[in-house]
Design a protein around this ligand. Structure first.
Ligand code: TRP
Length: 461
């Protein structure tokens, strides 16, 4: 038996200004399209209530402890995910191959960024539509037409995808500390307020649809729950908290030792979950009031909310503000997706700006395949010969591969590393969370690995 060696305490190459900045940055990463675009549409596709409960359990019992582990690994390693994992494995006399976990996380972030930018791009023209009054009094059919027109046009999609990626590089290249932190402090609370406005509007405009929506979201019918839905729920728990893409890992590597990882993670998980549930309450009442289909898929937000904006007082302003904030929420997330790879390239001697630009450039290029998946290549289903991937476009496959496979696998391996490979002294010292530590340790050693493992295995049948 080799005695557990206590790992080195390393110094960071740069740190956050203070802990609220760190919370803002991680919350900015976590709150994004996952909450407002993806959560409502996958909830709609998977039948509502039961799916939401599984998602909430996954966040609390698995997502949160793994988030704590990921930030901890970053702060202990003080380097990009790959190099941190190599160093931390060395501390515990384990193989440098743990570095591959870092590689997989960076790859996941890269793949996600490539399509994330395309989707975020959809929201940009919607700002203009809202301001110009294009939604005023629009019927569901007209709003659907606007969305359909956007998806059918590779040229438009390319333009907005390019603009969004340029925004992302713009901030990432100059370091995260600059303008974005300040912008986020105003805009994120703004998003929150707008969601409240929409919810209150729904309640007043049509309370019976509102009640129906609450029933849909919170009244579980477990007979509708499939193994696939459970995998989607756990995958989304990781996606929405930005886990296993190296983003919070990299952010953790810049974190002061005095900040409590557990309490900041807890706060972030609460904020993130609230925003998702609020988005559901903003969207589903409109779905039911207008006889729309909850399982409409990725276009859900873009064909429901405009209907409400078109009817409510000051809807042009509220609508425009909403899409501005959606873009900003996505922006602070996409910046975080670059960070792990940029940090790694910097460690290899590349300049910050060159690193940001080259990663974003490559993701932009891959994003073109997502642009085409929405129109010209809509009928191209590369893995169609496998039953479960039948009808899935390249974009659908990137989404499935990252959220349902790479993120849960990365989370599983981080849980094993933090719970079983690192010494107890090291994790206890790094987390300094007092009596909560024992609880975290049970979650990370047993609940998270077993939970993720069982869901994976159940999905193989
Ligand atoms: N959490 C973000 C959202 O919900 C997406 C995101 C940002 C992400 N960084 C990530 C997902 C890293 C996985 C990995 O929109």
């Amino acid at each position: 038996m080799v005695e557990a060696v206590t790992g080195t305490i390393r110094q960071p190459h740069q740190t956050w200004s203070n802990w609220p900045t760190f919370i803002m940055a991680v919350a900015g990463s976590a709150v994004g399209l996952g909450n407002i675009w993806k959560f409502p549409y996958i909830t709609g596709e998977n039948g509502g209530g039961a799916f939401v409960i599984v998602y909430l359990v996954c966040i609390a019992a698995i997502g949160l402890p793994v988030m704590i582990a990921e930030i901890m690994l970053g702060r202990r390693g003080r380097l990009s995910p790959v190099n941190s994992m190599v160093e931390l494995a060395k501390d515990s006399n384990r193989s440098h191959r743990w570095g591959l976990l870092g590689v997989m996380m960076m790859l996941a972030a890269f793949l996600i960024l490539s399509f994330y930018s395309v989707i975020a791009g959809w929201a940009i023209p919607y700002i203009g539509h809202a301001v110009s009054g294009a939604f005023n009094g629009a019927t569901p059919k007209e709003v659907g037409g606007i969305f359909g027109g956007l998806l059918a046009s590779p040229g438009q999609l390319l333009l907005w995808h390019t603009i969004f990626m340029l925004l992302t590089v713009g901030v990432s290249a100059s370091g995260v500390k600059g303008g974005i932190e300040r912008a986020v402090t105003i805009l994120m609370p703004g998003l929150f307020v707008l969601l409240v406005v929409l919810i209150v509007y729904n309640l007043i405009a049509d309370s019976s649809s509102f009640v129906k929506a609450l029933g849909f979201l919170f009244d579980p019918d477990f007979s509708k729950l499939t193994a696939d839905a459970v995998l989607t729920a756990i995958g989304h728990a990781f996606f929405t908290l930005s886990i296993a893409g190296g983003a919070v890992f990299a952010y953790g590597s810049y974190l002061e030792r005095s900040t409590s990882i557990a309490s900041t993670s807890f706060a972030i998980a609460i904020i993130d979950t609230l925003v998702a549930l609020m988005a559901g309450m903003a969207i589903f009442p409109i779905v039911f009031a207008n006889g729309l289909e909850p399982g409409a898929g990725p276009g859900l937000v873009f064909v429901t909310l405009p209907i409400a904006f078109g009817k409510m007082p000051a809807g042009q302003i509220v609508g425009a503000l909403f899409f501005v904030m959606l873009v900003v929420a996505a922006w602070t997330s996409s910046i975080s997706m670059l960070e792990a790879i940029v940090e790694w390239l910097q460690e290899r001697g590349m300049g910050r700006a060159a690193a940001s630009a080259s990663v974003a450039g490559a993701a932009w290029l891959l994003g073109l395949t997502t642009v085409l998946s929405l129109n010209e290549w809509k009928e191209f289903h590369p893995l169609g010969f496998i039953k479960r991937f039948d009808g899935k476009t390249l974009f659908d496959l990137y989404d499935f591969l990252t959220a349902n496979i790479m993120l849960p696998l990365g989370a599983l391996l981080m849980a094993v590393f933090a719970g079983w490979i690192m010494s107890r002294q090291d994790t206890e010292d790094e987390l300094a969370m007092g009596s909560g530590y024992a609880f975290w340790r049970i979650l990370i050693r047993y609940v998270a690995p077993i939970g993720i493992g069982v869901i994976f295995v159940a999905n193989l049948w």
